[in-house]
Design a binder for this molecule. Structure first.
Ligand SMILES: [Zn+2]
Length: 281
C-alpha cells in the first residue's frame, strides 16, 4: 500500500470510530439522566420493544436504509441519532487531521462534550463525569507529558504548541481562571436577574476548558460562546421560539463546547488575527 492509501484508511477509521462511538453516546445521552444502565437492556424500540439487530444499528447508514423508522412497527426514529453520529465522525476526523497521533486524547474530550451538550439541551444539566472528567483529563495529560519531559512546568519542549496540551502550571492556572471567572458571572448574574443566571455545571465546564487548554483558551472560549449564544438567542427571539428575558431556557453548556471546539481547531490563528487587530501589523 502506498502512503496515500494508508492515510485514506486512517481517515476512514477515524470517521467510522467517531460515528460508532457517537452511536453509543446517543445511548448515554438518553439513559444516564434517567438513571438507567448504559449496558442493559440492549437497544430496543421504545414503542414495540423489538430488539435492534446489529445491521439495524450501523451508524448513519442504518437510519437512512430504514428511512428513519423502526424496522418492526415503523415508529419514527429521531433524526438526532444520525446527526449526532455524523457530528462524532466529522469531529473525530478533524481531530485526527489536526492532532495526528495525539488525536485519541482529543477524541475523549470531544466525546465528553457531545454527551454534555445534548444532556444540557434536554435536561439543563451537565453531568459531573463530563465536567470533572474534563478537569482530570486536562491536569492528568499535562502532568503526564511533563513527567516524560515534553515540557518544563511552564514551557513546551519537544511538542509543537498546538494549543491542546499545556504545561502543568498553565493547566492549573486555566482551571482556576475558568472556574473563578464563570463563578463571578454566575454570582453577579444571579444578583442582577434575581434568579439563577447559570448552573454550577457551566462553572465546572469552563474549569475543564482551562485545565485542558490553559488560561488564554478560557478567555477565547468565553468570548466565542457569548457571541455564538447571542446570535442563537437573537435568532430564537426573532423566530418567537423564546421570549425576551427567557434566556435561562437556553442552556449555556453547548455554547461553551462550541467555543471550545473553535479554539481547538483555529485557536492559534485566532490569537494571531486578534494581535494583528490590536497592534495594527
Ligand atoms: Zn418498533
Amino acid at each position: 500500500m502506498d502512503q496515500k492509501a494508508i492515510m485514506i484508511a486512517f481517515d476512514a477509521f477515524s470517521f467510522g470510530l467517531g460515528a460508532t462511538i457517537a452511536s453509543f453516546l446517543n445511548v448515554v445521552i438518553w439513559r444516564v439522566p434517567r438513571g438507567e444502565s448504559i449496558v442493559s437492556p440492549p437497544s430496543h424500540c421504545p414503542r414495540c420493544s423489538s430488539p435492534i439487530r446489529w445491521w439495524q444499528n450501523v451508524p448513519i447508514i442504518s437510519w437512512i436504509l430504514l428511512r428513519g423508522r423502526c424496522a418492526n412497527c415503523k415508529e419514527p426514529i429521531s433524526m438526532r441519532y444520525p446527526l449526532v453520529e455524523t457530528l462524532g465522525g466529522v469531529l473525530f476526523l478533524a481531530a485526527f487531521w489536526h492532532y495526528g497521533w495525539l488525536a485519541p486524547l482529543a477524541w475523549i474530550w470531544i466525546s465528553l462534550m457531545i454527551v454534555g451538550s445534548f444532556i444540557d439541551l434536554d435536561h439543563q444539566l451537565l453531568p459531573d463525569f463530563v465536567t470533572v472528567g474534563g478537569m482530570i483529563l486536562g491536569v492528568a495529560t499535562s502532568v503526564a507529558f511533563w513527567a516524560v519531559g515534553e515540557f518544563t512546568p511552564w514551557h513546551f519542549h519537544n511538542l509543537t504548541p498546538n494549543f491542546f496540551f499545556v504545561p502543568p502550571l498553565q493547566s492549573l492556572g486555566g482551571l482556576a481562571l475558568g472556574f473563578s471567572l464563570l463563578w463571578c458571572v454566575r454570582f453577579f448574574g444571579t444578583l442582577a436577574f434575581k434568579r439563577e443566571a447559570m448552573g454550577m455545571g457551566d462553572v465546572f465546564l469552563m474549569g475543564a476548558v482551562g485545565a485542558l487548554f490553559g488560561p488564554v483558551a478560557v478567555i477565547a472560549t468565553l468570548i466565542l460562546s457569548a457571541v455564538l449564544g447571542s446570535i442563537v438567542g437573537i435568532v430564537l427571539i426573532l423566530l418567537a421560539k423564546v421570549r425576551l428575558g427567557g434566556f435561562a431556557a437556553i442552556p449555556y453548556g453547548p455554547f461553551i463546547c462550541a467555543g471550545c471546539l473553535v479554539w481547538m481547531f483555529w485557536g492559534p490563528g485566532l490569537v494571531q488575527w486578534h494581535l494583528q487587530l490590536l497592534l495594527g501589523k
